[in-house]
Design a protein around this ligand. Structure first.
Ligand code: FCB
Length: 442
């Protein structure tokens, strides 16, 4: 038996990308290197030795990409703005030519009837700022506020909402603690300092966004990965508790006025000396919209011995596919945080993409993934979780950070030689979902 699930009128359908993952044109119009340009140049950091020099060449092809979104009938597009294009020195003069690109992109989207959802920081910190301490330095938070002001001064309230940061957990953790991401540092203390300065940057930039674009909404995009204890042993439950705090509470708690999870700060011996008087007030100024990124859940074991059972459904990066955790998470976020509106800003999967018919990738597995997760979104909306839209990650196959171009998240294939865009079967299916505002489930 099949059931049709209809979404509320006005539900927003669209896709998401980020600057370094798709733009290319790293030397164009005065852009300076970001920490990712530097990181990619270090042998062994990126699985396939690649970088974002060309990526999808979106910088030169943005008109075609917007036209494709229009053809697919999408309502919204989430992209990010590259700080090294706008203020190549990290601080100081604004590079008008860099801002021009986003100005043109926003105009192009608006004239196609697509709502722009920019994110100000999706991990491409100007390298010059990393050289002065990066996110471990408090100055970076203030530099970010100036950068935000410059962007808002140009784009103003033509944009629906400004998200300050994308996934600060990943910036701080992968960038400064595990070193898997740029800038590749490995210090728990640096990670805590970075997490606080990212949050302070969010708060300071928020003030400038409110002042410069009073008709746009203020947002932040957070990733959530529910953590389950691998067994019911006390040690596993304890580590799962702290990892949950780090991955799922660490940013949303201070933003909503709860401060940092105290027991976890103590567990990791973070003395919070970076937190100065008044910081938490700046950080907890109300936001209008929370962007939620969800991909998978994880298991925690005290001795790190846990591995997923053989039969587990996974994507090509090995992440478990577990839609019910998404529904549970959405209810939890709403019950705990009481934020006026939520937008699913990322959800999607890399799949083998090895089946074709007449040149088109037949990705029924991706369709199943998106459909199963949309079913969870629909269920949460039925229970009054105010989710206003769903943006699939990603519009295009792109540069997947430390994994390079191996994993393909796109609903649109990008030919690796010609860069030609070919919608996968999932793009056509998603276009149909957007047009009819509904999905059909078994
Ligand atoms: C998220 C990132 C995004 C993309 C997906 C797969 O953590 O925000 O850029 O890499 O994961």
């Amino acid at each position: 038996m099949t059931t049709t699930l209809t979404f509320p009128d006005g539900f927003i359908w669209g896709s998401a990308t980020s600057s370094y993952q798709i733009e290319g044109a790293v030397d164009a119009d005065g852009r300076s290197p970001s920490i990712w340009d530097t990181f990619c140049a270090v042998p062994g950091r990126i699985k396939d030795g690649s970088n974002g020099d060309v990526a999808c060449d979106h910088y030169n092809r943005y008109r075609d990409d917007v036209a494709l979104m229009k053809e697919l009938g999408f309502d919204a597009y989430r992209f990010s703005i590259a700080w090294p294009r706008v203020i190549p020195g990290g601080v100081g003069p604004v590079n008008a030519a860099g801002l021009d690109f986003y100005d043109r992109l926003v105009d192009e989207l608006l004239s196609a009837g697509i709502r722009p959802f920019p994110t100000l920081y999706h991990w491409d910190l100007p390298q010059v700022l990393e050289d002065r301490g990066g996110w471990v330095s408090r100055d970076t938070s203030f530099a970010f506020a100036d950068y935000a002001e410059a962007v808002v001064g140009r784009l103003g309230d033509r944009v629906d909402s400004y998200a300050t940061l994308n996934e600060p957990f990943v910036s701080a953790d992968h960038g400064y603690v595990t070193g898997e991401h740029a800038p590749g540092r490995t210090s728990r203390a640096a990670g805590f300092a970075a997490s606080h300065h990212l949050l302070l940057a969010h708060g300071l930039a928020g003030e400038r966004i409110r002042a410069g674009a009073p008709d746009s909404r203020l947002a932040i995009v957070l990733n959530f990965t529910p953590i389950e204890p691998a067994t019911d042993a006390a040690a596993d439950i304890e580590i799962a508790h702290h990892r949950n705090h780090l991955e799922n509470h660490w940013y949303a708690d201070p933003i909503t006025g709860r401060g940092y999870p105290a027991d976890t700060a103590q567990y990791f011996e973070w003395d919070q000396h970076e937190v100065l008087d008044g910081d938490l007030e700046i950080i907890s100024a109300p936001i209008d919209l929370l962007g939620i990124n969800y991909y998978t859940r994880e298991f925690a074991s005290a001795d790190n011995s846990f591995t997923l059972p053989e039969a587990t459904r996974r994507n090509t990066m090995g992440w478990e596919i577990h839609p019910p955790s998404f529904g549970k998470l959405l209810r939890w976020i709403n019950d705990r945080y009481h934020i006026p509106a939520f937008l699913i800003t990322e959800n999607g999967c890399p799949m083998p993409d090895d089946l074709r018919h007449e040149g088109r990738i037949l990705d029924d597995d991706r369709i199943e993934f998106v459909r199963d997760h949309l079913e969870q979104v629909h269920g949460a909306i039925q229970e009054d979780v105010p989710i206003e839209g769903y943006l699939v990650w990603s519009m295009l196959d792109n540069f997947e950070w430390a994994w390079g171009y191996g994993p393909t998240f796109g609903i649109v294939e990008v030919n690796s030689h010609t860069l030609e865009r070919i919608p996968k079967k999932s793009a056509l299916w998603f276009s149909d979902v957007a047009a009819n505002n509904r999905i059909t489930v078994e």
